[in-house]
Design a protein around this ligand. Sequence first.
Ligand SMILES: [Zn+2]
Length: 238
Amino acid sequence: MQYKNNKKISIALHDVRVSSGNSGIQMISKLITTIDSPLTIHLICDIQIIKNNKLILFLIEQIKENKIEVVYHGVTHKCKNSIGKFTSFYHNYEAEFLENSLIVSSNTKYAFQNLKMILNQNLGICPPCWISTKENFKMLKSLNPLYVEKMIFIFNQKNKNISPVISLGSSKDKDLFLLKILGNITYLFTFIYPFQKVRLVFHLCDLKNQKSMSYFIKKINYLKSKNFKPVLLKDLLD
Ligand SMILES: [Zn+2]
């Protein structure tokens, strides 16, 4: 298909753990086949990363073929129950960068540098749930990543790019009802300039839910038919 405009869509799979090994590889391969597009993997560095880890070897191979991009997505993906109580209905204590601590910043610095070294390239960073404290946001930017993602914007060294997120990320029918309405509102925005750099995000729980899968696939197919070019996340940016 010829894409003559600047409409782009990046499709991502969040919360893949380095420790997931073969099951992670199978999940990613299946999703790439289903969407027939490049896929951005948001990787949680939950174990020490070594080059002969099966999943890492697979990712390196796919990166070389431009089928995959890896984004750093934390070490634990969790925060303490004493933090962010007022917004917990949203993050459910899954927001690692809501905690300002030496442990969080030193773990992040080590894991991010290590992942970059092993994949032999600079990477973007996405705080879990797209939220962080001001201090942690500064810390993440000081690591000179390709970009840092937030819910509405993606920040690279020069620019702030508007990019809406379409995401579900729940296995509960009650949550999914509201999440789909929110997703549909965001989706409608993507047809209005300047919101035409769309991030469509699968979570692991979506892959097991047939209704969530068909929700996403319909949107991907429609966006492609409206000349949105599927790209890796780094290629969404100006
Ligand atoms: Zn996540």
